[in-house]
Design a protein around this ligand. Sequence first.
Ligand SMILES: C[S@@+](CC[C@H](N)C(=O)[O-])C[C@H]1O[C@@H](n2cnc3c(N)ncnc32)[C@H](O)[C@@H]1O
Length: 213
Amino acid sequence: MNFIPAQIENYCNLFSSPETDLLKSINEQTNLNVHSPHMLSGPLQGNLLQFISLIKQPANILEIGTYTGYSAICLANGLSPKGKLITIEQNKELENRILESFAAHPQKEQLNLMVGNALEIIPTLTTKFDLVFIDADKRNYSTYYNLVFPMLTKGGIIIADNVLWKGKVLEAEENMDKQTLALHQFNRMVFEDERVFNFILPVRDGISIAVKK
Ligand SMILES: C[S@@+](CC[C@H](N)C(=O)[O-])C[C@H]1O[C@@H](n2cnc3c(N)ncnc32)[C@H](O)[C@@H]1O
């Protein structure tokens, strides 16, 4: 889903920093060879992720939902020199593809893919994170937020994708399907969380951004 007219998005992309060769290749190969390529963040959202990461220069990044690694590479492009990115993906079939892309990144030693269920993996992590990107199963967004919040540094940022869910969050609550209701509840929970400053951007399928005060 995209709330921005295609011509406007094309114009924005035309006058924005272009995809690196690695990102271009991941984008092309995903569209050619992988199911559900619409899940990939794409250039505009990718630039937003990269921009936030470049400003933040995170020491540690956590991504939940790697898919083919596009957003992971965008986030990694802002990592501090000794920083570390952990990204979690449960689909084992994507592992080799992701690792090949990571191997082509200049900070490859700092990129860690963990294959498995994020709900089981996150509680095992002992790292403090400066930047978290939630982009996996929508029904667990609130759980992911609550799991990672104690691991987030002061000034740390939590970004979550697809929070407008094709505009379905505007439906009456009693008519919402489970995923829409979960996303709507997530948006309300973040909004009501006095520990953060937050906003929602109508970019692509809706991006939630919250910073820990
Ligand atoms: C929307 S895609 C991620 C797209 C990627 N972040 C990007 O922007 O290019 C969501 C991914 O989350 C993974 N996923 C779903 N539930 C998960 C879970 N519980 N643990 C880990 N990964 C999960 C899916 O297999 C899928 O690859």
